[in-house]
Design a protein around this ligand. Structure first.
Ligand code: ARG
Length: 410
């Protein structure tokens, strides 16, 4: 076996990425692991020890929660990004972050390659590989889990042979990916779209049915498109999301159950719980309706669809995504204010909002006294606005005659 050089492996501490260590060593690499804390439940010291025990020469652990929020989650929130209008991209957003750190550690360590534990059926492999190559076109990317073709039993046998601890607790029937922005739940019984997701699939949210009978109303303060306070109290991004996950989760907000079109060509049933994300995106979107002009809103809503697709499909570090970010940042300059949201039995309902930049003007909108709207100018406006329709009717006959004919009155 020839020595290939150092490799940096994205390490979760689970069986797959632990088995990947001796496997990659057999391919000729010295393996350094990198574990990112993005808000998932993780025993940091235990994970580090397990990496070394499994044969890694060095194990990095990094708390990336703040960077995750500031550079990825907040951009996505400003874009109201939801893939297929439904999935807040919680898993997808962490991949470019992880890829960027794998590349960074590889460069610092003089490594020739990086590796991940993704399978060949999902988009996580695509995201990590495309993002890594965008940042370092020369880096080699290894995907042991995609390449080793082990059955579950063979994998366990291989693990035992290499002294890798096999989890003693009964493993979850689901494939879970979790971070601050939400939790993705796949596999097991969920693979049958007719089966309702069982309660053991959820951890961040209660069933709306079991949520308290009393609503909770919260106030989220936004500054240039980003949430900066909760109920009047200034908060860091990480703390604010953590707190919202709790409050909204308790009210049963943020459960998502969808059929998703995967990048690799097939449909899959995906279940998510994203209490904080769903609440914040709803509030942010509402505040935009108060502060952005109609034409900007319309153009932005179209770009938001593209933005979510780019994120889902691994194009986070791409020229188009950068250009849309610049557009979005420009729009967010005026998106400041406070949004009042009522959390109740699975719903996050916006029930009020105010902004120093509100384009809503009560003196124009009101039907009661104080009305400043010039009613007389409506007359001329309607004449001009209706002119093309009137001309068509004069040319081709009256619409009312056609309607009478259509409904058989003639
Ligand atoms: N379908 C989602 C996505 O592609 C979730 C992926 C979750 N990953 C997992 N290992 N369960 O973004």
């Amino acid at each position: 076996m020839t020595y290939k050089g150092k490799l940096v492996l994205a390490y979760s501490g689970g069986l797959d990425t632990s088995v990947a260590i001796p496997w990659l060593k057999e391919q000729g690499y010295e393996v350094i692991t990198f574990t990112a804390d993005v808000g998932q439940p993780i025993d940091l010291e235990g994970t580090k020890a397990k990496a070394i025990k499994s044969g890694a020469s060095k194990a990095y652990i990094a708390d990336l929660r703040e960077e995750f929020v500031e550079e990825f989650v907040w951009r996505s929130l400003k874009a109201n990004a939801m893939y297929q209008g439904t999935y807040p991209l919680n898993s997808a957003l962490s991949r470019p972050l992880i890829a960027s750190h794998l590349v960074k550690v590889a460069e610092e360590e003089g490594a020739v390659a990086i590796a991940h534990g993704c399978t060949g059926k999902g988009q996580d492999q695509v995201r990590i590989e495309v993002c890594a190559k965008a940042l370092n076109p020369d880096i080699v990317v290894e995907a042991p889990v995609r390449d080793w073709h082990f059955s579950r039993d063979e994998e366990i046998e291989y693990a035992e042979k290499h002294g890798i601890p096999i989890p003693v607790t009964k493993s979850s029937p689901y494939s879970i990916d979790e971070n601050l922005w939400g939790r993705s739940i796949e596999c097991g019984i969920l693979e049958d779209p007719w089966e309702e997701a069982p309660s053991d699939a959820f951890k961040m949210t209660v069933d709306p049915w079991d949520a308290p009978d009393e609503p909770v109303t919260i106030e989220i303060g936004f500054e240039k498109g980003l949430p900066v306070s909760l109920n009047g109290k200034p908060m860091s991004g990480v703390a604010l999301i953590e707190m919202l996950n709790q409050i909204a989760g308790k009210a049963g907000v943020g459960r998502i159950d969808m059929i998703e079109d995967r990048l690799v060509g097939f449909k899959s049933r995906e279940v998510y719980e994203c209490p904080g994300a769903v609440t914040l995106i709803g509030a942010h979107k509402a505040l935009e309706t108060l502060t952005l002009p109609k034409e900007v809103l319309k153009a932005k809503r179209e770009l938001e669809v593209k933005y979510a697709e780019l994120t889902y499909e691994g194009y986070w570090f791409s020229p188009l995504k950068d250009a849309i970010d610049a557009f979005i940042d420009k729009t967010q300059e005026v998106v400041s204010g406070v949004v009042k949201v009522r959390l109740f039995k699975g719903q996050a309902m916006v029930v009020g909002m105010k902004s120093p930049n509100a384009l809503y003007r009560e003196d124009l909108a009101t039907y009661s006294h104080g009305d400043k709207f010039d009613h007389k100018s409506a007359v001329g406006f309607i004449t001009v606005w209706g002119l093309p329709i009137k001309t068509w009717s004069q040319m081709h006959g009256k619409k009312s005659d056609q309607v009478s004919k259509a409904i058989g009155m003639e």
